[in-house]
Ligand binder design. Structure first.
Ligand code: 0CG
Ligand code: SF4
Length: 323
């Protein structure tokens, strides 16, 4: 058995930034840190943060007034921000800057009363946060998940219409949905390509390559991770036997029967330790030393929020507040 590791894989710049925000907040604030929703959709990461004392909540109402709250990397609606302000919470925003960019576009459309269409998955927190940027009662934001949804959609004014997308979608499906939107509403405007982020795109390109040289692909990621699910779907679409696994513990030996080349990738929220553990497990079952596949090099780094940029200032601020 040979192991091929795809590149890039694992943590993206938005996830690294979100985790650094929590780590810095734990150093700076001498009180419980609350995180609204899972910081990123990975069980290992969430459990590690829980061990450090962080408390995860789904609703702002579950947080005591004046506490520190961190918004997850997937972003929040304007309503959630208002709720947090009302409770006088100290807000640290770990929303990925690439999600924020989409928020800004929706906000602009909302202010102008231009109807907006969001391509995304219903129920995903990013979709809730992005939909929640639109608060103009004279306009509307619509959610479409498929070409079928586009066919069934009717808007008030198709002369003035925008579209945006969730950041972690399938490249090919989204292209088809955008084509359907442009056919139905020729005047629609939107981003030059779509709002799918660089990390999602790079990991999908890499899995496509991986599928050409492997008999089985393991996508390491949690069940609720959108970008990890898209990698799993893509692997399956290419015809390669593909499994989404939380960790090595999910691997069933029968999957490996007659498999000579095992591909491994990891979603944008899955830490490298999970990859290492899968490799060790496969090696115990007889696999050779892994081979790293050449891929796109990612250099993106996102700055910390201003509030955390200068830790000394924060420590000083906090000390004053504690006095
Ligand atoms: O892929 P989604 O949007 O579900 O998020 P995840 O936390 O898995 O990955 C990166 C972020 C945010
Ligand atoms: Fe940002 Fe993309 Fe990572 Fe999401 S997957 S946190 S949008 S870089």
């Amino acid at each position: 058995m040979n192991i091929i590791l795809t590149n890039p894989r694992g943590f993206c710049a938005g996830v690294k930034r979100a985790i650094s925000i929590v780590e810095n907040a734990l150093k700076i604030y001498k009180k419980t840190i609350y995180i609204r929703h899972e910081l990123v959709h990975n069980q290992y990461v969430i459990n590690e943060l829980r061990k450090k004392g962080v408390i995860f909540v789904e609703k702002i109402s579950q947080i005591p007034d004046h506490s520190v709250v961190i918004f997850s990397a997937h972003g929040v609606s304007k309503k959630v921000v208002q709720e947090a302000i009302k409770k006088q919470l100290i807000i640290l925003n770990a929303t990925c800057p690439l999600v924020e960019k989409v928020h800004v576009e929706v906000s602009k459309s909302s202010n102008k009363g231009i109807e907006t269409i969001l391509i995304g998955h219903k129920g995903h927190p990013e979709v809730e946060g992005t939909m929640g940027q639109y608060n103009n009662k004279n306009g509307k934001i619509y959610l479409v998940e498929s070409v079928k949804d586009v066919n069934n959609l009717s808007v008030k004014n198709h002369q003035k219409l925008n579209f945006v997308t969730q950041t972690t979608l399938s490249i090919t499906n989204t292209k088809n949905i955008i084509t359907a939107l442009k056919n139905k509403f020729p005047k629609i405007s939107g981003p030059i390509k779509e709002d799918i982020c660089y990390a999602t795109i790079n990991r999908q390109i890499a899995v496509r390559k991986l599928s050409q040289v492997t008999d089985i692909i393991f996508v390491i990621g949690s069940r609720n991770s959108s970008n990890s699910n898209r990698l799993m779907e893509l692997g399956k679409e290419t015809g390669t036997y593909t499994k989404l696994i939380e960790s090595f513990l999910d691997i069933k030996e029968k999957w490996l029967k007659n498999k000579n080349y095992i591909g491994i990738t990891a979603g944008a929220s899955a830490p490298e330790i999970l990859v290492t553990e899968v490799i060790q497990h496969l090696q115990k079952l007889g696999a050779n030393k892994p081979i790293e596949m050449i891929g796109i090099k990612e250099k993106k780094i996102f700055k910390m929020p201003k509030k955390l940029l200068n830790i000394k200032t924060i420590l000083h601020d906090t000390d004053e507040k504690n006095e």
